[in-house]
Structure formats: structure tokens, C-alpha cells
Design a binder for this molecule. Structure first.
Ligand code: 2M8
Length: 453
């Protein structure tokens, strides 16, 4: 190992340590890492799951803290929020006062009203398996698994009311890939003129990400008007999930979210089994159902898994983004699908760029190498692709690609540091700096696959 890499591993640990917040809520002390002190100063759901997967390689107990803190704000109906707020922080917009969720908070713990991709159970499986002190890890597992089971029951009940196997996402922020081209068509149906003046004023007055960060790397104002309009609509339904899922102007069956949903049910079933919980078989049947539903979304002609715009007549969405690789992590694929996706990853004009994997295919008319989820390479999205390829490692090409992406991600971070995202065609760092899940993804990839090379 070169000295530089030894130093980068230490730096990654330091990023996670420096971003760690210790907070007392209702006489209990919690520890979690914020995504980046430059802007994201609260706890995010899927970020924390990734943090845990990185932290476990140097502090097993601390890895579980991420999930323990996350579930402290779980609502009575099982919902776990995209953001659990730190009441002492002001920097981030939209903070706790913009959501109108107060009536649902548990023991006064402030949260937003939407969720994020259900990564925590996957993280729980990984951190449990990586823990060397299994007695302690099992005790910690017993602390978090009942809450994660209730969260999955919430998603199944309220987000898949049709029992189709595919859960519905009601806000682009729930997808985690906020301004992905996949949401362009559904969002275009919400005309900017129809958005009430008070929502636009609120955004104009309070938006802070474009001032604290680089404007060109962030979503547009029209995106933010729509994001906050949706929050306004959900507030008017008093966060009643049944009403929201039925009436939300934005409602999609997201391929990435559902791929992680399938994989998360596989993890949860395994952990429930480990704890002798008889619900394991129900959760396992959800995994089977979602896998089948995902395979049926594959469009061989276009070479993508198509999302569905539920709010607008179940229209298919065929945007070519890195979401299409993640069903492989859940094994929701056939050999032909795997071969087709391998070609895309190898092709320089699609996903095989200088620093892969771009979040949108280079050949897509929507590709923008600077803007957030519309083209830049994200270490966390690479972690998903790497795990997806690893699941298909019987296929030699997948194994080779896995090692190639691990190597390039480690080298890039080693050279450029821990930014939120990176230019896929040059060595430019983008977004906010000193980012926790970039550090955690690096540590996960290095410890799991990097050392064997
Ligand atoms: C970004 O999203 C937040 C809203 O949730 C924002 O831009 O304000 C996304 O990259 C999301 O996936 C991520 O979890 C969050 C914190 O890193 O930032």
C-alpha cells in the first residue's frame, strides 16, 4: 500500500469523526454523522446507512449508533424520515419549521415528512456480518431490528397499496437522486404558474444551498419551487399517507428505490431469521414479489428498467441513468439483462468514462457533467454498482468491472479528496466538500474489495 493511500484511509476516518454530532434527546445520548458541515447539518436516512457501512471497519459499536439515532425519531405509524433534525442548527433549508409535521413527532424529535431509499436494513446486514464481536453485535441488532421491521411494514402498507411489489415514491427527495432526468417528465406536469405565490416567496427568501455551494452544481429554482410545492400539498393533507399517495401530483415507482427495497427485504428477512422472528417469511415473500416486478420493468429494446409515473396514467419512464444497474444487487435480473448492462458499463460513450460511473449516461441528451444527479459521479452510487456487480460475480465480466470501478473510485478519492460528487470526464471535484458518505463509501470499498487487488 502506498503512503498516500494509508493517509487517505486515515483522512476518511477523520472526515467521519469530524462530522460526528453527539446529541442528547430526552435524556438519551445519540451519535451520528452529518453528511457535510458545509450545508447538510442534520441526520439523513440513507446517508447514515452508508456511514455505518464505512464506520464498521474501524469502530463496530459506533456503526450501530447511526441506525440507533435514526430510529429514535420514527413515527408511531412506522415511518422513518429522510431528515431527523438537530434543533440547534439553522443553516439548512428546508429546516424543521417548514414541514408542519410537529403533530407526528415522537417525543418531540423533529423530522421532515418524507422518507428516503430504505437502506438501513441492508446496512444492518453488512455491519452485523462485518462485526468481529458477534455477541455485542447481536445485542445491538436486537435494538434496531424491531424498528426496521415496523418501517418496512409502513412502506408495504402505505406505499404499495395495490400490492404490486413496487412501492411508490411521492417526492423527488424521497428518491435520493433529487433532480435525476427520470423525474423531468413527471415534474413538468406541475406547471410553475400553478404553484401558489407564497411557496415561491418562501423559496426565494430562504433557499440557501445555491449560496453556500456552487450554484451551477445545484438544482434549478424551478426544481425548488416544485419540491416545496409538494411539501405544501402534503401539509394540507396533514401528512395522511393514504391521502398523499392517492393525490400527490408527483408519484412514481422508482427503479433505484425499489431495487434497494427488494435488497433490503432480503437483508431484513435474514436478520429476522437470525433473531428467530417468524415474520422472516413474510418479509422474504415481499422480496420475491418485488424481484419479479422489477424484472418485468426491463425494456430490452432500450436497455433500461423503466420507472413508472403513477400520478400520470402509469406512464413508463425510459431515462438512462445509473439506477438501472442496482436491480442486480437484488438479483432482479436475467443473464441477458446482465450482459446488456455490462456492455453499457464498458462503453466510453455511455458509462465507461474516465472516472466512472456517471449518474446519467453520457449518451443521454439530459447528461450534464456538473449538475448533481444529472451526470456527475458519486462514490455512493459507485458503491451500489460495485455491490450489484459483485452479486453477479459468476459472470467474469462483472467481476472485472467490479474491480475496475473499485480501483478507479479509490484512486480518484485518493487524488481528489472527499467531495460530494465528481466530474465523470475530468478531475474536477464538485458539490460540497468533506462529505461523510464519500468517506464511508471509500472505506467500505477499500476494506471489502480494494485490499484483495
Ligand atoms: C441531497 O438531498 C437533499 C434533500 O434530501 C438536499 O439537496 O437538500 C441528495 O443528494 C440526497 O440523496 C442526500 O441524502 C442528501 C444529503 O447528503 O443531499
Amino acid at each position: 500500500m502506498n503512503n498516500n493511500l494509508t493517509q487517505t484511509i486515515e483522512n476518511a476516518k477523520n472526515v467521519l469523526a469530524q462530522n460526528t454530532v453527539t446529541l442528547t434527546r430526552n435524556n438519551k445520548t445519540y451519535r451520528y454523522a452529518v453528511p457535510s458541515k458545509e450545508f447538510y447539518v442534520h441526520q439523513w436516512l440513507w446517508d447514515s446507512a452508508i456511514h455505518a457501512m464505512g464506520i464498521v471497519h474501524f469502530d463496530e459499536e459506533r456503526a450501530f449508533d447511526e441506525i440507533i439515532s435514526l430510529i429514535s425519531g420514527q413515527w408511531k405509524n412506522g415511518f422513518i424520515a429522510q431528515i431527523t433534525f438537530n434543533p440547534h442548527e439553522q443553516k439548512y433549508f428546508p429546516g424543521p419549521s417548514f414541514w408542519g409535521t410537529d403533530d407526528h413527532w415522537t417525543d418531540g424529535i423533529p423530522t421532515s415528512g418524507i422518507t428516503q431509499p430504505p437502506l438501513p436494513a441492508i446496512a444492518a446486514e453488512y455491519i452485523y456480518k462485518a462485526s468481529t464481536n458477534k455477541v455485542r453485535a447481536k445485542k445491538l441488532l436486537q435494538k434496531i431490528i424491531p424498528a426496521l421491521k415496523r418501517y418496512h411494514q409502513f412502506l408495504k402498507k402505505y406505499r404499495d397499496p395495490e400490492d404490486s411489489g413496487l412501492v411508490t415514491v411521492i417526492h423527488p427527495w424521497e428518491s435520493g437522486t433529487d433532480n435525476s432526468p427520470r423525474w423531468d417528465a413527471p415534474l413538468a406536469k406541475i406547471s410553475i404558474d400553478s404553484i401558489p405565490g407564497h411557496v415561491k416567496e418562501l423559496v426565494n427568501k430562504n433557499r440557501s444551498d445555491d449560496k453556500l455551494g456552487t450554484k451551477e452544481h445545484r438544482p434549478e429554482f424551478d426544481d425548488y419551487y416544485r419540491y416545496m410545492y409538494l411539501v405544501d400539498v402534503f401539509k394540507s393533507y396533514k401528512w395522511d399517507q393514504k391521502q398523499i399517495v392517492k393525490h400527490s401530483p408527483f408519484a412514481v415507482k422508482d427503479i433505484l428505490f425499489n431495487a434497494l427495497w427488494a435488497r433490503a427485504n432480503e437483508s431484513l428477512a435474514l436478520l429476522l431469521h437470525e433473531l428467530n422472528d417468524t415474520d422472516a417469511s413474510t418479509v422474504s415473500s415481499w422480496n420475491d414479489q418485488t424481484k419479479k416486478a422489477l424484472i418485468s420493468r426491463w425494456d430490452a429494446g432500450r436497455g433500461v428498467y423503466a420507472d413508472i409515473d403513477v400520478a400520470h396514467g402509469n406512464k413508463d419512464i425510459y431515462e438512462d441513468t445509473s439506477a438501472i444497474f442496482v436491480p442486480l444487487w437484488a438479483n432482479a435480473c436475467t443473464e441477458d439483462i446482465v450482459n446488456s448492462l455490462v456492455k453499457k458499463l464498458q462503453d466510453k460513450n455511455q458509462y465507461g468514462t474516465l472516472f466512472p460511473v456517471p449518474s446519467t449516461s453520457v449518451s443521454s441528451p439530459q447528461f450534464n457533467p456538473l449538475k448533481y444527479w444529472r451526470g456527475p459521479t458519486w462514490a455512493v452510487a459507485n458503491l451500489f454498482v460495485v455491490e450489484s456487480l459483485n452479486r453477479q460475480q459468476k459472470n467474469e465480466a462483472c467481476k472485472k468491472l467490479r474491480d475496475n470501478i473499485v480501483g478507479k473510485t479509490i484512486t480518484a478519492i485518493n487524488n481528489m479528496g472527499f467531495n460530494e460528487y465528481f466530474h465523470p470526464l475530468s478531475d474536477e471535484r464538485l458539490g460540497f466538500g468533506t462529505f461523510s458518505w464519500t468517506a464511508a463509501s471509500f472505506l467500505h470499498m477499500y476494506h471489502t474489495y480494494g485490499k484483495t487487488k
